[in-house]
Design a protein around this ligand. Sequence first.
Ligand SMILES: [Zn+2]
Length: 171
Amino acid sequence: MGRADSSHYIALSEQRRMRGRPPVILEHAAMTQCELCHAQGEVVLWQNENCRVISVVDNDYPGFCRVVWQQHVKEMTDLKTDEQQKIMYVVFAVEQAIREVMQPDKINLASLGNVTPHLHWHVIPRYTDDRHFPNSVWGKPQRKLARLAFAERTPADWQTRLSMRIQQILN
Ligand SMILES: [Zn+2]
């Protein structure tokens, strides 16, 4: 680290001290307030010691899953190389299961974490006539949902089928 870098770092840590909130305390506060560290009422489709797959409750997007790293880390590069491979292996298993069970026109994979900075991946089945297509599911809606078409192509037991298929792939 060059002199300019280290003095910059010291200046930053001084700023934090002046605010009375050193980085360690900030991180602790983030964990105690984190909705993924203190999740309630999740529908867990699969989990092991590293990560869990949850079914997102969203009437516009049945089949929407989230792969959550169990420990509170912020970024993919906070994981070791083998841990990065482990979470992506699960993400791709979920993608495969969703393709088979939900028969989407497209899969969206997203890792944002701006609101909840606890590492997680969204795995979302998309249809050309879904509410936001071709925008992201967080973008501007494009149309009202064609409920009938959605109900017709969505298996009633999709959660069970997804859970079973994810288990088959991963176990
Ligand atoms: Zn967390």
